[in-house]
Design a protein around this ligand. Structure first.
Ligand code: DAH
Length: 336
């Protein structure tokens, strides 16, 4: 046994002479000090020796191991600090791996979906490429009505197919699919041929909401919007509702949140008004209910289209939603 150890040591030291690089040294370490090395098999079989021989053999095995480790460290130094060898030294600090994180829009969508799930809404999807019928006609936009112009649309080569300008087409899809009663939100990207500024972009996220039942009222809409903003921004956040017009809701409202970026002192996001429009909505127009196959004499419903980018900007206090889409890691790394 002692002989085997001495031989193993001699051979290992001889091989070490030939080692010329860090990776060769790592291989050498595996062969001569690793789990399958001769040294390891001797150490493993010490128990089978007669008891009186065990202490001497064990002592020699330890000494050989120490000498080989010492020789290896010396070699590593002469090779110039090589990482693969040094990484074997468990006392060295590890190399840090850059951690990924969620995009602020993704985090905002997750928070919004969680808040709506708590209110009993299911989360569903709609297509990004829509028919004009779902995007406009079924939502009670009359043909050639100027309201269509306010959604400067990206059309495809087919005149009746476009990138959805809002998530509202999902309303009729949901009604046709699940009937009433129903509660659902639809997050998704929307596209408009718009002039970008601090609160507009050609691609942005909305979260459509739809609730239909036998006794749904305007106060339910206001309650749902208040519950969402409280869940996202806390109890002290300030909201205001204003009357508005949309072809697919009657009556319609717009919801403003007190600007968190400037606290009312004035900034690009709120256009110095102290308020940012975040959630338009209203009571689903009877024509839209009919288009969805739902009887407006029996059911009523509310709908809204929350502006996810603006909500994200207000939460992270970013004064310009376009920053969210520049994909500048130095900027995005601050959030999420
Ligand atoms: N789709 C509208 C837009 O993008 C927003 C909207 C308004 C959605 C009223 C609604 C609603 O569901 O009821 O401008």
């Amino acid at each position: 046994m002692l002989e085997v150890l001495r031989l193993a040591e001699c051979e290992a030291l001889e091989r070490l002479e030939e080692v010329g690089s860090g990776s060769e040294l790592a291989d050498w370490r595996r062969t001569h000090l690793g789990r399958k090395s001769r040294l390891a098999s001797v150490t493993g079989s010490l128990g089978s020796l007669p008891p009186e021989q065990r202490p001497a053999a064990g002592k020699l095995a330890n000494e050989v191991k120490d000498r080989l480790l010492g020789a290896m460290k010396g070699k590593a130094q002469t090779l110039g600090a090589d990482r693969r060898v040094h990484s074997a030294d468990v006392s060295l600090p590890g190399r840090s791996v850059g951690a990924g994180r969620l995009h602020p829009i993704t985090t905002t969508l997750l928070r919004m979906k969680a808040a709506f799930r708590q209110m009993g809404f299911q989360v569903v999807k709609g297509p990004d490429v829509e028919s004009e019928e779902y995007n406009f006609s079924l939502l009670n936009f009359p043909p050639n009505h100027p309201a269509r112009d306010s959604y400067d649309s990206f059309y495809t080569l087919r005149p009746d197919v476009l990138l959805r300008t809002h998530t509202s087409p999902a309303q009729v899809r949901i009604m046709r699919q699940s009937g009433a009663p129903v509660r659902a939100v639809v997050p998704g990207a929307c596209y408009r041929y718009d002039q970008p500024d601090a609160s507009h972009n050609i691609m942005f996220y909305q979260m459509e909401g739809l609730a239909i039942g036998e006794e749904i009222r305007m106060t339910d809409l206001l309650g749902a919007i208040s519950a969402l903003t409280k869940a996202l921004f806390g109890k002290e956040s300030r909201l205001r509702f204003r009357g508005h017009y949309f072809p697919f809701t009657e009556p319609s409202i717009e919801t403003d949140l007190a600007c968190t970026v400037c606290d009312g002192y004035g900034c690009r996001l709120c256009k110095d008004s102290g308020w940012v429009e975040i959630i338009p909505g209203g009571m689903v127009h009877p024509n839209v209910l009919r288009n969805g196959g739902i009887d407006p004499a029996r059911y009523t419903g509310f709908a809204f289209g929350a502006g996810v980018d603006r909500i994200a900007a207000l939460w992270y206090r970013i004064p310009d939603i376009r920053c969210l889409y520049d994909n500048d890691l130095r900027f995005l790394e601050q959030f999420g």
